[in-house]
Design a protein around this ligand. Sequence first.
Ligand code: 6GU
Length: 234
Amino acid sequence: MKIDILTIFPEFFDGVFDVGIIRRAKLAGIVEIDVHDIREFARDKHRKVDDRPFGGGEGMVLKPEPLFRAIENLLGTSDRSEYEEGTHVVMLTPRGKPLVQTNAAAIADKAKRVLLICGRYEGVDERVMSAVTDEISIGDYVLSGGEPAAVVLADAVTRLLPGALGNEGSAENDSFSRGILDYPNYTQPREYRGMEVPEVLLSGNHEEIEKWRHEKALEKTRGVREDLLKEKGE
Ligand code: 6GU
């Protein structure tokens, strides 16, 4: 998969993809991630990327020309109907659909080319949306820009690509992939500051362990995310 990120703050991404699973996936050729400065695609002498909103209001709005030029430069066209199959042009914005595991999985499954556009909090000229296939938000809170969201989406998608996780089973057991939160984990030492590892985990009885884990996962989910259980009809 090829992921291109369009941003006015390319330095935001320095080093973020050079650790852990993403770094490994990059080195293994599973994913390629390129960051592009939107300013490089501005043609006027001041390389202006934003301007004041028509109609008045606070803040600055990202101008359409540099974004269209960038999309055309990377994809050969900014006409959605001409995108190659498996191409997603994603606008990261608080106005988007909330990102959930199933969206990330769908992108990991089908997409070959993903272009992530980091919007500004104040906004992006609406005409850019004609070139966009998905509008995504990472949650109901305000970020200054789409940059942190691009990192979140790139991470959530990359770790699901075949071969990205050393242990292929581990994505299936993650919180959310089964629609509920993860069970609690313990490692050495068996006793720490008076806190013991639950006996059942030391029992070697795999059936009992599975049962305990499922109960604990449900208990946790009931406590903090009742909405997830309702979605599953439990
Ligand atoms: Cl994608 N962008 C911004 N600016 N704020 C957000 C967001 C994105 N998702 C949640 N809040």
